[in-house]
Design a protein around this ligand. Structure first.
Ligand code: GDP
Length: 192
């Protein structure tokens, strides 16, 4: 993995000439940890970046073939209204116009039931036709049975709202669980 750049404006992003995969989720969901786990680089993404900091779109180039994108998270309790609006404009612009975005991974803390803010975000992706998948994080915090039953609860709830469920992964950045599945999925899309 090679760091390419941090941007605040869509116009400044690297040329959209390679497949791209972005990661997003509520603050503290484990996004930085997951990116580091997937790339095998402990300090690539910064763990727990504080709210109020400039919200950046970070591009990393993987194996010279695809972009991994760390998007600013949502759901910070203490972020100002202006910052929330800025986030909305930037993310909306990014997901609506990034033609090489093959999948947006939405991260979900496996210990929690469906959160309104995640549902709202994913509903918007469906409306906009943005391809996305769910990644449940922190699976090591639950037993295997409990983890599976949490995913089943999410699915049962979402099936009331959606016609079909998106691809779903269960991961732990602590143990590396689910790494292969996510990487294989990306490589599968890369080869299409
Ligand atoms: P971000 O704000 O979404 O980037 O979240 P971070 O990656 O900074 O993680 C937030 C907190 O959750 C940190 O204290 C991490 O150590 C912890 N964390 C993240 N992923 C995991 C995981 O898979 N297992 C466990 N046990 N803790 C995790």
């Amino acid at each position: 993995a090679k760091f390419i750049k941090s941007e605040t404006k869509i116009s400044g992003l690297p040329k959209a000439d390679k497949p791209e995969y972005a990661f997003i989720g509520r603050s503290n969901v484990g996004k930085s940890s997951l990116i580091n786990m997937l790339t095998g680089q402990k300090k690539l993404a910064k763990i727990s970046s504080k709210p109020g900091k400039t919200q950046l779109i970070n591009h990393f180039l993987i194996n010279d073939t695809w972009y991994l994108v760390d998007l600013p998270g949502y759901g910070w309790a203490k972020v100002s209204k202006t910052k929330k609006i800025d986030w909305n404009i930037m993310i909306n612009d990014y997901i609506s116009n990034r033609g090489n975005l093959l999948c947006l991974f939405v991260l979900i803390d496996i210990r929690l039931d469906v959160q309104d803010i995640d549902l709202e975000f994913m509903n918007d992706l469906i409306l906009k036709g943005v391809p996305f998948a769910r990644i449940f994080t922190k699976a090591d915090k639950l037993s295997k049975n409990k983890a599976q039953s949490m995913v089943a609860r999410h699915n049962k709830y979402l099936k009331k709202h959606w016609e079909e469920l998106p691809p779903t992964f269960i991961t732990s950045s602590e143990t590396g669980y689910g790494r292969e599945e996510v990487i294989n999925y990306i490589e599968e899309l890369n080869s299409l």
